[in-house]
Design a protein around this ligand. Structure first.
Ligand code: MN3
Length: 206
């Protein structure tokens, strides 16, 4: 079964100036879609043609098939990223808020750390909040690399810092894009859900 481009969990104009409809047209409609096409083209007629996205990501990594890994991991990363965004401003609550205070001091400290990691990430990649054991950690991954390719690293929240994520609305100003998202547009409810360790499955398909 071929992979599909998942629908956005909101209207493409839902974020106003924070992320424009034009950004979604390109980022979701063209970039994300291209990864779907690239993965399907490579998988057609192979043993992995009916495998789940997570299975393909792990198999491609084990086989050292960088081209397939990049396409499959980017399908997963982008699907997860869309779910991490909310057009309605939210705050971390409950157990997540307690863990943030325990591991970072405050939500403001976490946001500052996520911004610093993501701004400082050289070239293309993804900023991440992950769960390792019972501990929250801020990290980043290069290019298409993804926490779901590693044992024991559970995805909670991601920020796309490839230039295509912000160039339409922020030109080269990655820090402004990150400020806008972190302060206004994070789906903390989704992040909280992912504390169950099942975040990987929420962007899986096939
Ligand atoms: Mn992207």
């Amino acid at each position: 079964m071929a992979f599909v481009l998942p629908e956005l969990p909101y209207a493409k104009d839902a974020f106003g100036d924070i992320l424009s409809a034009e950004t979604f047209d390109y980022h979701h409609g063209k970039h994300h879609n291209a990864y779907v096409t690239q993965a399907n083209d490579q998988l057609a007629g192979t043993d992995l043609a009916d495998a789940s996205l997570l299975t393909v990501i792990k198999a491609a990594k084990d086989a050292g098939n960088k081209k397939l890994f990049n396409a499959a991991a980017q399908i997963w990363n982008h699907t997860f990223y869309w779910h991490c965004l909310s057009p309605v401003k939210q705050e971390p609550t409950g157990k997540l808020a307690e863990m943030i205070t325990r591991d970072f001091g405050s939500t403001a400290d976490l946001l500052a750390k996520l911004k610093a990691e993501s701004v400082g990430h050289f070239a293309s990649g993804w900023g991440w909040l992950v769960l390792e054991g019972d501990t929250l950690k801020v990290t980043s991954f290069h290019d298409a690399d993804t926490p779901v390719a590693y044992e024991g690293v559970k995805p909670l929240l991601t920020l796309d810092v490839w230039e295509h994520a912000y160039y339409v609305d922020y030109r080269n100003a990655r820090p402004n894009y990150l400020d806008a998202l972190l302060n206004n547009a994070i789906n903390w409810e989704f992040v909280s859900q992912n504390l169950d360790g099942a975040g990987a499955s929420r962007a899986d398909q096939g």
